[in-house]
Design a protein around this ligand. Sequence first.
Ligand code: NAP
Length: 287
Amino acid sequence: MRIAVIGMGKMGQAVAGRLLDGGHDVTIWNRSPGRAGDLVERGATEAASAAEAATAVEVVLVCLADDAAVLSVVTGEGEIASALGESAVLVDMSTVSPETAAKLAEATGGRSLAGPILGAPSAVEAGKAVYLVAGPRDHFDRLAPAYGALSEDVRYLGEERERALQLKLLANYLLLAGLVVLSEAVATAQAVGFPEDVLRQFLDSSPLVAPGLRNRLDALFSGRHTDWFTTPLGAKDVSLAEQMAAREAIRLPVAELVKRRYEEAAATGFADEDLTAVIELVRSQAG
Ligand SMILES: NC(=O)c1ccc[n+]([C@@H]2O[C@H](COP(=O)([O-])OP(=O)(O)OC[C@H]3O[C@@H](n4cnc5c(N)ncnc54)[C@H](OP(=O)(O)O)[C@@H]3O)[C@@H](O)[C@H]2O)c1
């Protein structure tokens, strides 16, 4: 398929690379140009603007940081929505609010799907990520070749676009809250002098540590919080979950605390680091 990937951050690059490997014709665009030179070497075409990338493709995949970025690039004047071909479909793979999905549907005349991703960029590259998709079924069906190259685990959640985002936000809330608690437990165990091998063995095999948290234990123990899913994006996702609950008059006081931990990590030098950097707050704030 002729596919445009908008946004060459960690996720956009992984998605575009996977599509190139699957034999698709890929056009890329990023606000800061030249961020994906290796993809161009592998056969992608770099467009001069988002609108140019969206012209003459069958699918536009959007992988941008947050609601503001997505709305400006898709619905801004002269941007993607006005350039989208009549039979083209836009899939927003970013983690955004359900309201943004509704705005994208309106701007594209209904030719949009909400398609957030569960999994790290490395999981996307390996074809192991989970793709949640919601929106008009006929649009989804036409994208089978693209999704076929991305993963075997593509979950269609029905016509209502907000369903995919609601599930994504709840999944991330579980991850983000769990990681704060795990960071506190590891830092405390280390502070009381627990032998690291015994602690590690316990956490590696404990049913109380979910697999999605267990794969971050290396970073928590080593203190190497390499680029993966940055702390400001973590704070953004908790905030979106809080807002979703608030619309139903449900208060999430724990979410407020969790969000603040990621914000604080971002403000104290860990804005470009993985979420696991929250453990450094616990360590740095010890007596
Ligand atoms: N990383 C993960 O593990 C992961 C997993 C699942 C879902 N996600 C979601 O996937 C999306 C992308 O995440 P990522 O990890 O790829 O983030 P990232 O590496 O920080 O990249 C962010 C992208 O957004 C662009 N951007 C930011 N503000 C913009 C604006 N105002 N206008 C235009 N472009 C803008 C950046 O462009 P510049 O290069 O010009 O700054 C960059 O292309 C996010 O919604 C995130 O929550 C991430």
